[in-house]
Ligand binder design. Structure first.
Ligand code: NAD
Length: 263
């Protein structure tokens, strides 16, 4: 992964997974955090990458920082119409899709009784609805071509309760069953898996901490630190590659030991 060169306007590299070269990859929420690191990682693997994100300034910054991108499309993944339009643009840019990294999400720290119904609906629309809309567009193309990989960002919050995140936790639990059900319906042609990150130091996570809270959380994690976004991107690259050819319907924690048990 250290040899990167540019030719014909594209980044090429000695990636770890040669079968990812020229794969057509769509990353949602790719303007920031885990999604951005994942887009960069697939570019390093020699894949063709399009980012979908709602944040136009973030998309401009990503396009500048990652000149190998095939394109970026401003999209609210919570809107089925916008997602449909975005995938038409993906078709125009890349002629289809081989790998979907369905990753866009939002979270708000909020005690249960203070969650306004509008927030509940918005979190569900983006975190669960967005995964459904994007997967539906991707799967219709993958099913027709008889191959593909869909990977979703769930969370350890989708497998066990965490106070003050009721809407988020419920949405991520939904992502897990969405993943497993799609995996069953579309095996063996298309592999579908979910990953469950624990604490990852991204803008979403940083926004919720004071420096003291960050330190206190680090002490609770067996690995004694948050994950870096590129550590999550590495799992996505492996799962998209042929090295993971027998992995489907799986829900894979990547959490520094957080859910391994009590200490
Ligand atoms: P982030 O805020 O850095 O990135 C999220 C991206 O999603 C942003 O670029 C944002 O603009 C985009 N987005 C938000 N709403 C959108 C919408 N409606 N349509 C399209 N794009 C939208 O956050 P992150 O930490 O990188 O989170 C990425 C994913 O990882 C999320 O699904 C999150 O729930 C999940 N996750 C994060 C952590 C963590 O600790 N950071 C842990 C577990 C799971």
């Amino acid at each position: 992964m250290d040899t990167i060169y540019v030719a014909f306007g594209r980044r090429f590299s000695m990636g770890l997974y040669s079968d990812l070269q020229n794969k057509r990859v769509v990353v949602t929420g790719g303007a920031s955090g885990i999604g951005y690191a994942t887009a960069a990682r697939f570019l390093d693997e020699g894949s063709r990458v399009v980012i979908l994100d709602i944040h136009s300034e973030g998309l401009d910054a990503a396009e500048t920082a990652l000149p190998g991108l095939e394109g970026v499309v401003q999209t609210d993944v919570g809107s089925p119409e916008e997602v449909q339009r975005a995938f038409a643009e993906v078709d125009r840019l890349m002629g289809g899709i081989d790998v979907l990294i369905s990753n866009a999400g939002v979270s708000y720290r909020c005690p249960f009784l203070d969650i306004p119904p509008e927030q509940w609906s918005r979190v569900m629309d983006i975190n669960l609805g967005g995964m459904f809309h994007c997967s539906r567009e991707a799967m219709s193309r993958m099913d027709a071509q008889g191959s593909g990989v869909i990977l979703m960002t769930a969370s350890t919050n989708g497998t066990e309760g965490h106070p003050y995140y009721t809407d988020y936790n419920a949405s991520k639990a939904g992502v897990i069953l969405l993943t497993q059900t799609m995996a069953l319906e579309f095996a063996p042609r298309v592999r579908v898996n979910a990953i469950c990150p624990g604490y990852v130091l991204t803008p979403m996570q940083k926004a919720e901490y004071t420096p003291e809270m960050l330190e206190a959380t680090n002490r609770k994690i067996p690995m004694q630190r948050h994950a870096q976004p590129d550590e999550i991107a590495a799992l996505f690259a492996f799962l998209a590659s042929e090295q993971a050819s027998y992995i489907t319907g799986s829900v894979i924690p990547i959490d520094g030991g957080e859910t391994a048990g009590l200490q």
